[in-house]
Design a protein around this ligand. Structure first.
Ligand code: HEM
Length: 500
């Protein structure tokens, strides 16, 4: 070979490799593992080799609206998001696909290593990350705490005393001009409340300025969410070293918080321990077939999974309720009228009143519909699946559904789908679990749904009975990307005591 020929030959080889790569990855992205059939529509801007890297990453901060727009483009048909070196995701927006994933093919749509690898640093092998027998045992164990008798007890003790704390905290700033972060206040309420319900501990975050656990938990959830979209996330985290370091520090803060709860419980005398009947006690009493109980780390996993379930979702739902009620003053006036009429002279509802207040319950569900606490969710196909719309989805593909976009799908909710209309919940026909998968659906439907409804309505009603809550700048409210749906930068409000 002459030295003059080399550049030509190299160019020819490079061109041939590029052409082959183009042909091979025409409908896919390099390193995405599974090859999806051409019939599954791709998000706009998908290219050979790099797939949807550009639209995926440039829209990451507005991911939910990006997915909504993709859904709207073809009457809410599924769309694939294929990013190099990560599991391809197909997003679904219709009830039939949701039913197929969460019920019909429940055994073949799993969390698998897809979830474990991205979340075990924080959530270990707890209920949100497990499948099969491990999941079944955890669900059965925890289910004992979600009974009507227990709820009445929580309502009269935990919620009532936590509400007093919240009111006392708000009174300090109730001049109508001081700005308070209502999302932060709701987070404190649900964390303290769940600390007592779940683990019998008084966390008292309502009385503290900073809550390092909460800050670390919020950041860690953002990182775990990003891991589902980033190409080679583990490599990226090593390269972006400060992020990796921060996540390590946060993981340590979070895991120590859970370990302390477990350690303190184990240090109690047997008599005190036996008198308890909370979630931690239930998990401490579990034995496997060989009579072995959960170790401290596994107990810590459970603590953290249940804090994620019990704290974030309900606090975010309450924050979005306040946002939408401010956006639609007509609905605020209607709710306050129902509250005043039902409560009479009293300041808080009874258990039966909270359950029977139709408009308050409708407001809670309507806010959750438009801003679902889990706005997108996914599983992995454990085998090749044929979806109701005929799409063949190969094993290993991540299959997602998007409650945020489904709420805006007029095929489900009619022409006013995108508007905040609590009245739609007063109709006799309520949506199915699959049309409104805000609490998940099928065998893994949310265990805490009834508790969350009760807590949400109780807080909303008790709060608006005593305070006028005004959002300072509605236009600046936006969701942050996370596993759940927090507001970026919180919910800045002013509060003023009502004259009763
Ligand atoms: C507005 C409030 C709430 C919403 C919107 C909500 C929504 C959800 C969703 C979407 C899931 C499925 C998550 C997944 O596996 O990917 C779920 C699961 C779960 N939720 Fe809730 N949740 C709420 C409140 C609560 C509360 C207060 C608890 C009480 C601790 C709770 C306990 C659970 C548990 C234990 C699971 C796991 C169920 C399983 O995998 O079998 N949730 N929830």
């Amino acid at each position: 070979m002459t030295s003059e020929a080399s550049p030509l030959l190299l160019s020819a080889v490079a061109a041939a490799v590029a052409a082959l790569a183009f042909v091979f990855y025409r409908n896919s992205a390099v390193g995405s593992g599974v090859r999806l059939p051409k019939t599954v529509k791709r998000v706009r801007g998908t290219l050979p080799i790099i797939g949807a890297l550009v639209p995926g990453l440039t829209n990451y901060n507005r991911l939910l609206d990006f997915l909504l727009e993709e859904g709207q483009q073809h009457n809410f048909e599924p769309k694939a998001l294929i990013i190099p070196f990560t599991t391809p995701l197909i997003f679904h927006f219709d009830p039939a696909s949701v039913e197929f994933i969460l019920k019909t093919e429940f055994e073949h749509c799993v969390k698998g290593d897809y979830f474990v690898s991205r979340m075990k640093q924080i959530l270990g092998h707890g209920i949100f990350v497990s499948d099969g027998e491990t999941w079944r045992v955890q669900r059965k164990t925890a289910s004992h705490i979600f009974s009507t008798k227990k709820f009445r007890e929580f309502f009269e003790t935990v919620f009532a005393s936590e509400m007093q704390e919240l009111i006392a905290r708000l009174r300090k700033s109730a001049d109508g001009t001081t700005v308070v972060d209502m999302q932060d206040n709701f987070f404190r309420f649900t964390l303290d409340g769940f600390g007592q319900i779940g683990f019998g501990v008084e966390l008292n975050t309502m009385q503290k300025d900073n809550v390092p656990f909460a800050a670390a938990f919020d950041r860690a959830q953002g990182v775990m969410d990003y891991r589902f979209f980033s190409p080679l996330w583990w490599l990226e985290e090593l390269i972006v070293f400060p992020r990796w370091l921060q996540m390590r520090r946060d993981a340590s803060t979070i895991r120590s918080f859970a370990a302390d709860i477990v350690r303190e419980r184990k240090a109690e005398s047997a008599a005190v321990r036996d008198s308890r009947s909370d979630l931690l006690t239930l998990f401490m009493n579990v034995r496997d077939d060989n009579g072995i109980s959960l170790n401290d780390e596994e107990l810590g996993d459970n603590v953290l999974n249940f804090i994620l379930a019990g704290r974030d979702t309900t606090a975010q739902a309450l924050s979005w309720c306040i946002y939408y009620l401010n956006k639609e003053p007509r609905t605020m006036a209607k709710l306050v009228a129902e509250i005043d009429e039902t409560l009479g002279e009293k300041l808080a509802p009874t258990y039966d009143q909270a359950k029977s207040m139709k408009y308050a319950n409708a407001v809670f569900h309507e806010a959750l519909r438009l801003s679902p606490s889990v706005p997108k969710d996914s599983k992995v196909a454990a085998k090749d699946l044929v979806f109701p719309n005929g799409n063949v989805v190969p094993a290993g593909t991540a299959i997602a559904w998007v409650p945020y976009a489904m709420a805006r799908n007029p095929n489900i909710w009619g022409s006013n789908a995108a508007e905040f209309v609590p009245e739609r919940w007063l109709d006799s026909r309520l949506p199915s679990q699959f049309e409104y998968p805000v609490f998940n659906a099928g065998p893994r439907v949310c265990l805490g749904k009834a508790l969350a409804e009760l807590e949400g309505v109780y807080v909303l009603v008790s709060l608006l009975r005593q305070f006028e809550v005004r959002v300072v700048d509605l236009a600046s409210v936006h969701y942050a990307n996370s596993l759940t749906m927090p507001m970026r930068g919180g919910l800045k409000c002013t509060v003023r005591e009502r004259r009763l």
